[in-house]
Design a protein around this ligand. Structure first.
Ligand code: MG
Length: 298
């Protein structure tokens, strides 16, 4: 996306789509969608709501493809205004949280090395609902008492099983649990929310702002991801809506370069937890943007 800046210098807005297979988008579907977009409809990059309405009129879904355009529009309008979006939104960048660092199960030597590498990060993330998960928590606890957050990815079968696990985890300094049960099990999550000593955060159960009001009864918080929700415009609506409903807010990511991670980091000072390690885990990052300095988003 391009425009002309002060003094006639060209300005370019960059966007990115990331397509994890389980969300049903692919390079072919994204390029197919983008090829249908009439560029003349994007001539006013500030008309972001109208552009989203136009994109939605082309086809439903295609969230990552729409996010790519949305991120480029925000990048371009930020450059035209000469300000990063966290300043345009009026949020205090000093409040940016530390990002969590994911540790998965591995052979004892490698695991110890990973725990040592995670030292700059204030929060460790562990995926549970997989074989050896409790042992992994115990191993991490033998090396560090830093807070841990847990992502179950819908892996526990019943609310009772989930509660037993959550009580065990809370005793070991776990600060919140993401998506413990099947995303369709609203009653199970509501039962769990009433009993859990630590927050229950929706991930697979939440996509856009339209989902948020109904989730307030069953979850303490939501995990916002640009590739799920169509980008920064929708993400910011979700932040403000969740806050109005007294919910916690987390920002997550897919495997993304610093382009999309920098976009997500713009509203990170307004959230409680950040899981923005996507660009730290890839070897071919083509962009420079946000950086993680001593674990903190900068
Ligand atoms: Mg998750």
């Amino acid at each position: 996306m391009d425009s002309v800046g002060v003094g006639g210098a060209p300005l370019i807005g960059y966007g990115e789509a990331s397509m994890p297979p389980y969300l049903g988008e692919s390079v072919a579907s994204v390029t197919g969608f983008l090829s249908r977009v009439d560029a003349s409809r994007l001539s006013d990059p500030f008309a972001i709501d109208a552009i989203h309405a136009y994109l939605d009129s082309l086809a439903p879904g295609n969230m990552a493809a729409k996010a790519a355009i949305d991120i480029a529009l925000h990048d371009l309008t930020g450059k035209i205004m000469g300000q990063p979006w966290h300043r345009i939104w009026g949020i205090d960048e000093r409040k940016a949280p530390s990002t969590s660092y994911t540790i998965s199960n591995d052979s004892p030597g490698v695991l110890e090395q990973k725990i040592a590498e995670s030292e700059p990060y204030k929060v460790i993330k562990v995926k549970m609902g997989v074989p050896g998960d409790r042992e992994l928590i115990e191993t991490i606890r033998r090396h560090t008492d830093r807070p841990i957050c847990v992502d179950v990815n819908q892996g526990w079968k019943t609310p009772e099983e989930a509660l037993e696990n959550i009580l065990w985890l809370a005793d070991r300094g776990v600060i919140f649990v993401e998506q413990p049960l099947d995303k369709r099990d609203m009653e199970g999550h509501a039962w769990l929310k009433e009993r859990s000593p630590i927050p229950i955060v929706a991930d697979e159960a939440v996509q856009t702002s339209a989902d948020v009001p109904a989730l307030a009864r069953a979850y303490d918080g939501i995990n916002i991801k640009l590739m799920k929700c169509t980008g920064m415009r929708e993400a910011w609506k979700m932040v403000t809506l969740a806050r109005a409903l007294d919910m916690k807010v987390m920002v997550g990511c897919m495997t993304e370069t610093s382009c999309a991670i920098t976009a997500a980091s713009q509203f990170s000072p307004a959230v409680d937890f950040a899981d923005l390690d996507g660009s730290l885990l890839i070897a071919n990052d083509r962009f420079k943007g946000m950086e993680v300095v001593k674990g903190k988003i900068t």
